[in-house]
Design a protein around this ligand. Structure first.
Ligand code: MN3
Length: 206
């Protein structure tokens, strides 16, 4: 067995119905997230020994130091491993609403108000070309939160940003229920956002 095991989804596959359907959740977790886990294990073994003893998050944050022969694979599978782990946990049953706490304040400071943030996040994430993710991130340089779209499975950590809230817009995340209607999926997804988790991540990042 490799170093990495498939992270758990902290609720039942049907918990996010009707916004994210159970069949999509099951396939997304047991097939797609498993594939990133397997790919990460396969490629981790190809890293230099000193790098293998490091934490995945440190390796992603220093992706340019990964030997070129495996850099693309670690970026892809390592990002996919971490992104999905974050994704399951930044959703919950009966989520959504307008966040308070530190995250509410940080969003208001960066975007003006919550509705402006939501609109910007939605518009830019719907517009991601091909496969990728929309993220609310914490930028340690400015100490503010910001929006960042990332291609494929590339983690915001590779750009020195701390991921707070992620939305997977690969077709595998929504096609069974929404087909080509990505915007409908994005609209529905706001109902399952776990703002308590996002607030915790911001507190940890600050
Ligand atoms: Mn996915």
């Amino acid at each position: 067995m490799g170093k990495f095991t498939l992270p758990e989804v902290p609720y039942a596959y049907d918990a996010l119905e009707p916004h994210v359907d159970a069949r999509t959740m099951e396939i997304h977790h047991t097939k797609h997230h498993q594939a990133y886990t397997n790919g990460l294990n396969d490629n981790w073994e190809k890293l230099p020994a000193d790098m293998q003893s490091k934490d995945l998050l440190d390796v992603l944050a220093n992706i340019s130091s990964v030997p070129e022969a495996v850099r693309g694979a670690i970026n892809f599978h390592g990002g996919g491993y971490d992104n999905h782990r974050l994704f399951w946990n930044n959703m919950k049953q009966n989520g959504g609403g307008t966040p308070g706490g530190k995250i509410g304040d940080a969003i208001n400071k960066a975007f003006g108000d919550f509705n402006s943030f939501k609109e910007q996040f939605s518009t830019k994430t719907v517009a991601v070309q091909g496969s990728g993710w929309g993220w609310l991130v914490f930028n340690p340089k400015t100490k503010n939160v910001e929006y960042k779209a990332m291609p494929n499975q590339t983690s915001p950590r590779t750009e020195g940003l701390t991921p707070l809230l992620g939305l997977d817009v690969w077709e595998h995340a929504y096609y069974l229920k929404y087909q080509n209607k990505r915007a409908d999926y994005v609209t529905a997804w706001w109902n399952v956002v776990n703002w308590d988790e996002v607030d915790k991540r911001l507190t940890k990042a600050q």
